[in-house]
Design a protein around this ligand. Sequence first.
Ligand SMILES: Cc1cc2nc3c(=O)[nH]c(=O)nc-3n(C[C@H](O)[C@H](O)[C@H](O)COP(=O)(O)O)c2cc1C
Length: 205
Amino acid sequence: MSHLLTVSVSPRQERSWSRTLLVEFVDAYRLAHPGVEVVNRETYEIPHISWEAILAGRTPITDQTPEQREIFQLQECLTEEVIEAEHLVIATPMYNWGLPSALKAWVDHLVNVRTYYFGAVGSFAHVPITVIITSGALFSEGPQVASDNLRPHLRTIFHRLGAQEPYFINADPTGPLERGEIARDDPAGAFQRAIAEIHARVSAS
Ligand SMILES: Cc1cc2nc3c(=O)[nH]c(=O)nc-3n(C[C@H](O)[C@H](O)[C@H](O)COP(=O)(O)O)c2cc1C
C-alpha cells in the first residue's frame, strides 16, 4: 500500500499559513496522482515521549513487556506510515528558532527500535520528503540564516535515519502577511512564492 503522508503541526487551524499551503500541496498532488490515498498525521495528538515509551523504543520487540508493547504500537504505526508512503510532506512553523515540540514528539517516537537500533535504517530511503516551513521573520535566507535551527535539525534527523534529503519549501516571512502589509495574492509575497514552489515540486515528483 502506498499513500501521500501529510504531517501537520500548527495549532492555528484555518489561520495557519503552513496548513493552507499543505492543502494546496495535497490538491496539486491529487491532480497529478489521481486516486492517491492521503494519510494525515496530526502531531498535536502525539504524546511527548514517556519513560515507558523510551524503554519500549529501546527494547528488542521480543523482550518488550505487555505495557511496552502497547506503547510501541504508536511508534510502530508512525514508522509504518513513513515506510509505506510514496511521498512525505510536513507542514510546520518555526517555533523559537527550531522544531515545534509537537513535531519533535513525532520525531522522538519515530526514532525507535525499528528505525535506529535494529538497522531498519534505509527503509525510508525510497520516500521523497518535502517540508513546507513558515516563520514570522525571514530565516531561509539573509542575515538570520545562522539562527535557523529548524532546517539543519531536520536535515540531520532524516540523514541519520537513512532517508532522502528533505526538500524545503520556504514560506517566510509570514509576519507581513499576518499584519496585512502584503496581500495574500501578491506574487512577491512569501505565500504566493511558496505556492509556485509547491506546484513545481509536485510536477517534478
Ligand atoms: C511559540 C511561537 C514561537 C515562534 N517562534 C518564531 C521564531 O523563532 N521565528 C520566527 O520567525 N517566527 C516565530 N514564530 C512565528 C511563526 O513561525 C509564524 O507565525 C508562522 O506563520 C506560524 O505558522 P502557521 O501560520 O502555520 O501557524 C513563532 C510563533 C509562536 C506561536
